[in-house]
Design a protein around this ligand. Sequence first.
Ligand SMILES: Nc1ncnc2c1ncn2[C@@H]1O[C@H](COP(=O)(O)OP(=O)(O)O)[C@@H](O)[C@H]1O
Ligand SMILES: [Mg+2]
Length: 355
Amino acid sequence: MSLPRRKPAGLHLQGVSKQFGTRNAPVLAVNDVSLTVNRGEFIALLGPSGCGKTTTLRLIAGFERVDAGSIEIDGTTVASSSVHVQPERRRVGMVFQDYALFPHVSVLANIEFGLRRMSAADKRARSLEILELTGLSGLEERMPHELSGGQQQRVALARALAPNPALILLDEPFSNLDAGLRARVRAELGEILHAAKATAIFVTHDQEEALSMVDRVAVMLDGSVKQAASPHELYTDPASRSVAEFIGEANFLPGIGQGDTIECELGNLAARKQIRGPVDILLRPENIELLPAQPGLPAARVRHSLFFGHDQLITVQLPTGTHLTARSGPSDAYVSDLPLQVAVRSPVVAYPRKK
Ligand SMILES: Nc1ncnc2c1ncn2[C@@H]1O[C@H](COP(=O)(O)OP(=O)(O)O)[C@@H](O)[C@H]1O
Ligand SMILES: [Mg+2]
């Protein structure tokens, strides 16, 4: 029996919460998460270890019950305070961090596992189709231990895709692969999911992986999704100070919002959005320009620098004592104590300063 298909398609989480632990020592693993993933969309759920990513996937798949909120898949409520649809009835495929392949049966038997309700002939046809899609043709009789890490990962993906689920969930799918293999498998995974027209969420704590792989990233911190946006928007216009600090490198400089501009130690900067009162200005390292010192003006001083070849990070101390880290090309040398003038490429993003 499959779930009835109704609109709207895709996944909708509304105010989902999940608590573990005891009354005296509760752990709020997932705290009021709302998130939409449209049908056919592939998003990343990005956050540090322990922020609630795996629990969120387990709630969507039905391995945990929600304490509050609701989850809808293709228009059907699968979880709420009064509903709990069993995992096997949710049409959700999950790829676990350790792949969880059945070790004593072949690749083919692993993939056929999810197709129990089909005839033998249909099972065979669907398995061969999915083996082809995932680039595993010819390996169907191998045992899991006879496969490379990348191949095992693809078997886990093939097993999840075989029953044609409404949604695929991947929990840190690349964490068991070495760096060289990871880049290749990443690209393959994107292509396979695209070809399968799957709606998918992949979980990672690696921001480079998230930002480079998908069109939309949901940032999860302390059990909550703080912002879901394109990688470009997350980096250039973080919704909060905590997201700004988590994504990339962030400097903060105190200032006073005057509406369209912000007054600060580095002059009057154009504000991306109207803001008034005491603020913290977000300055990404590449938005800070280091210029030769000008006679008669107070200078900043180089405190230290890290040279990477393609670029370098230079930490300077402003006349008031604030430290800022700037990114610069490799050509100039920044020796310790060198006096400089600091300029900012605006417009800038700023957040109301916490009292
Ligand atoms: N079954 C459980 N019992 C108690 N605490 C749990 C359980 N599962 C997860 N947690 C706690 O919930 C929080 C979120 O865990 P998890 O969802 O695994 O985070 P992530 O996948 O982002 O690393 C952590 O503090 C973790 O220790
Ligand atoms: Mg996890």
